[in-house]
Design a protein around this ligand. Sequence first.
Ligand SMILES: O=C(O)CCC(=O)C(=O)O
Length: 291
Amino acid sequence: MAFVTEQQIQKFHEDGFLVLEEFFTTEECDAMRKQIHKIIADMEVPPHCRTEFSTKEEEQLQAQGSTDYFLTSGDKIRFFFERGVFDKKGEFLVPKEKSVNKIGHALHAYDPIFKQMTHSSKVQELGRKLGLENPVVVQSMYIFKQPGIGGEVTPHQDATFLYTEPLGRVLGLWIALEDATQENGCLWFIPGSHTGGVTRQMVRAPPGSIPCVQFLGSEQPYEDSQFIPVPISKGGLILIHGEVVHRSELNSSNSSRHVYTFHLMEAKDTIWSRENWLQPTPELPFPSLYL
Ligand SMILES: O=C(O)CCC(=O)C(=O)O
């Protein structure tokens, strides 16, 4: 790729997001897709862990919040499912490869292909161009946006879930492994919405509580007209500021929209909130991007 320019970095600071087309090659995207195919083929999920994923606040508290399958997934490779894919006994109603909403949250640490892509020299160079001194990888996800059922992601700021002091230290890197279009659920952003802090914070509830997370504050009622669609071709990367408001729609098309995404935190002079759902563990302290 033609490497990121000063103008692009300035645009990122203005808008809170930046599109970098052709960041990864077709071969790199296909290697990630092939690896996920293998991971799904080997997937074993006990019925009590068949957690349906939602970004709607109430459903989030009921589904992810009622079990520590989510809360303890920060240092594991775990599967989260679309709504309505299980019958009452927890058996799959659809082919299992079509049932998964996302895989999280430590592919970057435990899978060799995703580890290599996350720490690739071009990602490291991007970090350096952005002036990151000690970036660490806090989480990763593979998101499927399954054809016909891939659920919407409601408007949010990533710092709601990945809170730091000061703010402005979290960055998402979102890599399209297939073309992402308005039809199959590309991202939508409110340009410039990253400058006003966060309005909502998801925190751990006291130990033993159900749900195991709760929200402080609330998301603002954004107007649809504030959002712009950001389609991107396979191999492109979108850089996402931790406080920019973004969303994606239900995928009602016949095409999937696979992405690999991970989040970095500039660890220099930053406090990671002890109240975040995601915590570094003795097994997996947040790894340095530059290793
Ligand atoms: O991929 C999507 O549809 C949404 C991802 C997203 O908003 C996020 O990871 O913060």
